[in-house]
Design a protein around this ligand. Structure first.
Ligand code: PMP
Length: 448
């Protein structure tokens, strides 16, 4: 009976853990994925899935890309060590290659193990450099899950009840649901007002994603970032671009998300796809700002270790060699076009309500695609029950995701209400994959 009790306790812990992970990653059902090859994943039974989400989560070049794997394996065979103690070429080579991708004076690279660590460090640098405490972030933003980053994150479903000081969440320049539509300049006034009325007039900094990922693939309204960067700098603060999701060529038109807004940040953070699945993040800033870290000893034992940086450098080489940014642009534009047609199709499909009818246990619910948005291979499809009121079709979104999985297609889910499909495949995604994905979505929605 002791063994039984032990078994029961273990399975309870596993269940709670799995549920937590499922909630965190907004994934439905559980797949035990055991193999990966480029844009495909395979479960324990050998069933193949088209991965239309992995580009953001872990992989940008494709699962187990042979060149990235070779680089990691070769470096592992040669030397794996802490970054702190000695020099190693792999670290310097990746730092140099990364810095060459950034504009202006953004040339000093600190490596971390994750996006959370990168944003924590970026905000700490902003505090140290300015001597100020206040950080401004956007509502609906997501920046990580340690003390400062949890504070900057502004979605209650991602926040724990912990003390949060010196952080202000301003209006999100959300072009779909925001009260000022696509007028970025008006949203930016909220930041100016906040500095005037909610701080001493000086701030440490501002952190934002150019395209909110977890928040539901929301591109900030045009004109917003230049205006806000102006206000922040006037108040002595630093502008931090969180490129953990929107960076590394995913948006197709640009390598970094902020570039589409014509701004140059003071600090850029990145992680996730940059290591194609291995844990690495980075903070890049100017030599002048970076100097604040020389006042004390700062290190992260494995931040930018030789194995992860060798992998990171291989990722950059593959991106270049296989022209993956261009692919993100062309396949992404094609996919967005097809999704827009799908939006129109399902609008006119149903004669009475101009929507798709979902037979739920509680009766029938109508839903439509309310919005198709994003850039390159970072696309969002928002489902609503009503185009006018934009009522989130949360249950239906989850149901469709589940059905897609049955058809062998994996996509992500996000947005505050969990009603936005996040389509962020590895950058090797093809037009044929795009056709298959849209076909599967169309089939599922029509069936419902
Ligand atoms: N920034 C953004 C934009 C993110 O989406 C996330 C992860 N949700 C993070 C930072 C934190 O990254 P990590 O999970 O690697 O700590």
């Amino acid at each position: 009976s002791r063994k039984l009790l032990q078994k029961f306790l273990v399975s309870t812990v596993v269940l709670i853990w799995s549920l937590t992970v499922m909630m965190i990653y907004n994934c439905c059902g559980q797949l035990n994925l055991v193999d990966g090859k480029m844009q495909y994943l395979f479960d324990e039974n050998g069933r193949r899935y088209l991965d239309a989400f992995g580009g953001i989560a872990t992989v940008c070049c494709g699962h187990c890309h042979p060149e990235v794997m070779d680089a990691i394996v070769n470096q592992t065979k040669r030397l794996q060590h802490s970054t702190v103690l000695y020099l190693n070429n792999a670290i310097a080579d990746f730092a140099e290659a990364l810095a060459s991708k950034l504009p202006g004076d953004l040339k000093v690279v600190f490596f971390t193990n994750s996006g959370t660590e990168a944003n924590e460090l970026a905000m700490m640098i902003a505090h140290l450099y300015t001597g100020c405490h206040d950080i401004i972030s956007l509502r609906n933003g997501n920046h990580g899950n340690a003390a400062a980053t949890l504070g900057a994150t502004a979605q209650c479903n991602y926040k724990f009840n912990v003390i949060q000081t010196g952080v202000h969440h301003v209006l999100n320049p959300d072009q779909y649901r925001g009260v000022f539509g696509s007028d970025g300049i008006i949203y930016a006034r909220d930041v100016e007002n906040l500095i005037a009325y909610g701080t001493c007039g000086r701030v440490a900094g501002f952190i934002a994603e150019a395209i909110q990922g977890v928040g539901g693939i929301l591109e900030l309204a045009p004109g917003y970032l230049p205006a806000v960067y102006g206000s922040i700098r006037k108040a002595g603060g630093l502008c931090i671009a969180d490129e953990v999701q929107s960076g590394f060529a995913l948006s197709g038109s640009h390598f970094w998300g902020f570039e589409a807004h014509g701004v140059v940040p003071d600090i850029v953070t990145m992680a996730k796809g940059i290591g194609n699945g291995i844990p690495i993040g980075a903070v890049i800033t100017t030599p002048k700002i970076a100097k604040v870290l020389t006042h004390r000893t700062y290190f992260i034992t494995f931040g930018g270790n030789p194995v992860c940086t060798a992998g990171g450098l291989a990722v950059l080489n593959v991106l270049e060699k296989e022209k993956l940014q261009q692919n993100a642009y062309s396949v992404g534009s094609y996919l967005k076009e097809r999704l827009t047609v799908l939006k129109e199709k399902h609008e006119s499909n149903s004669s009475e309500t101009l929507s798709v009818t979902f037979m739920a246990d509680s009766g029938s619910i109508d839903f439509v695609i309310g919005d198709v948005r994003g850039r390159g291979l970072m696309l969002g499809v928002e489902l609503v029950t009503d185009r006018e009121l934009k009522t989130p079709a949360t249950v239906e979104t989850l149901h469709i995701m589940d059905q897609l999985k049955e058809l062998g297609v994996l996509i992500g889910k996000g947005g505050f209400h969990g009603n936005v499909f996040r389509i962020t495949p590895p950058l090797c995604f093809t037009k044929e994959d795009a056709d298959f994905l849209v076909g599967a979505m169309d089939f599922t929605m029509s069936k419902m």
